[in-house]
Design a protein around this ligand. Sequence first.
Ligand code: ZZB
Length: 259
Amino acid sequence: TEYVAIKQRVLEWAEPARKKLADALPADAKVSFVSATLRPETMYGQVCVFVGPGVTYGIFKAGSEYLFLSPRAAREMAFQSIFPKWGEFPQVAELQGSDVVGTLVNAPLSVHKDGVRILPMESVKPTKGTGVVTSVPSDSPDDYATITDLAKKADYYGIKKEWAELEIIPIIETPSYGNLTAPFLVKEHKINSPKDATQLALAKDLAYKAGFYEGTMIYGDFKGKSVQEAKPLVREALLDSGDAFVFADIDGLVISRSG
Ligand code: ZZB
């Protein structure tokens, strides 16, 4: 799978992460969470970034900056010229997803200019992409089901309710599902929880197909264009600005093929 890897610069660390990193990083270190997405055209609607709370992540030095992602993805990137030395991916720290929940990061292109929070998602797969997922609840049923649950049970998850309540803006319109595809499908398929895996898989499939084949951008730089036209244009803009790079997930491909 070829992902667009979005760099989400840390603006403020959550307390557990800050403590663990005190001796590991220079005070002025530029660290970015790296989210793997197949839908760059939806980046306008990012409201948070998900990590698996029980997943182990690393911070890796890539030239003058640092990247937060799964060690598995870092190893793959070391053979894709994403780190300066071929095959090397120097790790400077190890963190659990739960350590970084609450961290404030920049979200390139998002309507939320002051940044978005890192939040927990149980269904994040450590073996796919970078293990970091940027969340667009307007167009991803998984994201909508999770953010709704996080806001409902903020205390249980140990987060501030307002972190899960950033505005969800319409960015893509489809004739089948209107301008908030994911909320529409979650309601239509009576999905009440992020654990409703079967219905969520169906909703995701429908959302992908409708978005790609019938979607029109109603927000952002390519407003009025079809999603098929806008997708490569947003991708190029993110690559050109340095906010993203391309990442081919080789292992993920092998794993998904063998089931
Ligand atoms: C933003 C986004 C917006 C995404 C959307 C989807 C949608 P797939 O389809 O199964 O190949 N993702 C990436 N890595 C992981 C992971 N490790 N664990 C769980 N989810 C992950 O997966 C690709 C999509 O799944 C990615 O694209 C990412 O979410 C998430 F409007 O990025 B996406 C209908 C989907 N819409």
